[in-house]
Design a protein around this ligand. Structure first.
Ligand code: CP
Length: 316
């Protein structure tokens, strides 16, 4: 694997390889000394042109625990605010001798474009409404840890589908792993062309959340992305919650074994009630924890030289 730009870069074996390595990496998180020598001498730059808490900090921790030198650059404090182009910024950073470039950008396709300008390995940490592959990998890791093999498991992805890069990467990842997926949203937040997309990629669509919930093994609530909305997609926040929020009342409709996920950040009280976010079957903080291990695994797969040893060997 040269870059990770899309979940389509990975077949089933590729996904499982990253998840299995992440399981080894996860053990490091439980150690007193959280350090492996695997990426000593490598330099990783996190280049974030959009806000982030989870992704940026977990990539930073992941790189540091693998002994890479990690530098963070954010759009707001960089020379892009003086008018420098994305290409010039990226070429400037790359000219310093960077091995890995983790990029988040508001434009769909930005990471793929950057990968054509530099020799460094590029990781897409979220590009516009397109994809967020490491989020899908950590979601799969978290669900597998609780549910086992996802082949045949039923996952509902609910909410603001139109603006969600997490949806796109999760659909590819979950279908690659053999999961059954149902996407649920109000008609105004269903992406255009969803019927063709569903037929091609083999997932189901639904508009009635109450009908779907009793039949799932996992429900993934997506954030209502108000910052990407230019018009009125629903009449009021209250009406959205009544139709599509995971409320305390709806928790009772879930099977006992079913788990709750949310990629974060959450709008508590809008798409997810506090009772659901903090419920015993909520895996939301497990997702955050898995984020470090999965991103360690991705950096390892992209940057470790052949002399670095296997991940399993490194963490033994
Ligand atoms: N899920 C996710 O990408 O969160 P951040 O925006 O905090 O990185």
């Amino acid at each position: 694997m040269r870059h990770l730009l899309s979940m389509r870069d990975l077949d089933r074996d590729g996904v499982l390889s990253i998840l299995d390595t992440a399981a080894s990496m996860h053990d490091v998180q439980r150690r007193e000394v959280k350090k492996l020598p695997t990426l000593r001498g490598r330099t990783v730059v996190n280049l974030f042109f959009e806000d982030s808490t989870r992704t940026r900090s977990s990539f930073e921790i992941a790189g540091k625990w693998l002994s890479a030198d990690v530098i963070n650059i954010s759009g707001k404090g960089s020379s892009t605010s003086k008018g420098e182009s994305l290409r010039d910024t990226v070429l400037t950073v790359a000219a310093m001798g960077v091995d890995g470039l983790v990029i988040r950008h508001g434009a769909s396709g930005a990471a793929a474009q950057v990968s054509q300008w530099v020799d460094a390995a590029v990781v897409n940490a979220g590009d516009g409404t397109h994809e967020h592959p490491t989020q899908a990998l950590l979601d799969a890791y978290t669900m597998r840890a609780r549910l086992g093999d996802l082949d045949g498991r039923h996952v509902a992805i609910v909410g603001d589908l139109t603006h969600s890069r997490v949806l796109r990467s999760n659909l590819i990842c979950l279908r690659t792993l053999g999961a059954r997926v149902t996407v649920v949203a109000p008609p105004t937040l269903m992406p255009s062309g969803i019927a063709t997309w569903a037929a091609t990629d083999g997932f189901e669509t639904a508009y009635d959340l109450d009908e779907v919930l009793p039949h799932v093994d996992a429900v993934m609530m997506l954030r209502v992305q108000r910052e990407r909305m230019s018009g009125g997609y629903f009449p009021t926040a209250r009406e959205y919650t009544v139709g599509y929020g995971l409320t305390r009342e709806r928790l009772a409709r879930l099977p006992e074994h079913a788990v709750i996920c949310h990629p974060g950040p959450m709008n508590r009280g809008l798409e997810i009630a506090a009772d659901a976010a903090d419920a015993a079957q909520s895996l939301i903080l497990d997702q955050v924890s898995a984020g470090v291990a999965v991103r360690m695994s991705v950096l390892y797969h992209l940057l470790a030289s052949s002399g670095a040893g296997t991940a399993e060997g490194s963490v033994a």
